[in-house]
Design a protein around this ligand. Structure first.
Ligand code: ADP
Length: 169
């Protein structure tokens, strides 16, 4: 499985799957979540509402999959990252669990390429360096089955530099 690094807007990518940093309500929010719902249109929200009605949203560290609506992707995998709480609430384990559950859903749905944003490092304020290490370690440990390519998509320069340094090391 190839691992790539890109800087830019994740909604513009042509890949099988796009990962969303959602919240437990699955009803959309700010940051990348807002961007994905705006660009993908109402079909994504309709799927999210159906999941909510079935299972009551999505817990921190877990993931669900929906259509990608108008995006140039087949599926969106929504995962809920932990809100940083000074390392008092198992945030690193919860963030790792996000990546593991995203990978599981991607494989179960036979996705071959997947774009992932820097989960929890925006509104949820997880320290970016720590988050990058967890993200890269967890993705690198995965033996791709249908997954051939994972693209880390950084929106801000700080995350991009952090990822580049770890991936180059
Ligand atoms: P969280 O609540 O999990 O912190 P945010 O959406 O606030 O989620 O931030 C997660 C990351 O997504 C941040 O690093 C932010 O810079 C980034 N981001 C925001 N918009 C986009 C976008 N359109 N494409 C890719 N990444 C984005």
């Amino acid at each position: 499985m190839k691992i790539k690094l890109l800087k830019g807007d994740i909604t513009k990518l042509v890949v099988d799957g796009i990962v969303n940093a959602a919240n437990t309500s699955l009803l959309g929010g700010g940051g990348v979540d807002g961007a994905i719902h705006r660009a993908g249109g109402k079909l994504i929200l309709e799927d999210c509402v159906a999941i909510r009605n079935r299972q009551g949203g999505c817990k921190v560290g877990e993931a669900v999959i929906t259509t990608a609506g108008n995006l140039s992707a087949k599926k969106v995998i929504h995962t809920v990252g932990p809100r940083w709480n000074n390392n008092q609430s198992n945030e690193p384990q919860k963030l790792e669990s996000c990546y593991l559950n995203v990978l599981k859903l991607a494989e179960e749905n036979q996705l071959s390429s997947l774009a992932i944003p820097n989960i929890s490092t925006g509104i949820y304020r997880f320290p970016k360096g720590k988050a990058a290490q967890i993200a890269i370690k967890t993705i690198q440990a995965h033996k791709g089955n249908s997954l051939q390519e994972v693209i880390f998509v950084c929106y801000d320069e700080e995350n991009y530099q952090l990822y580049q340094n770890i991936l180059d090391a």
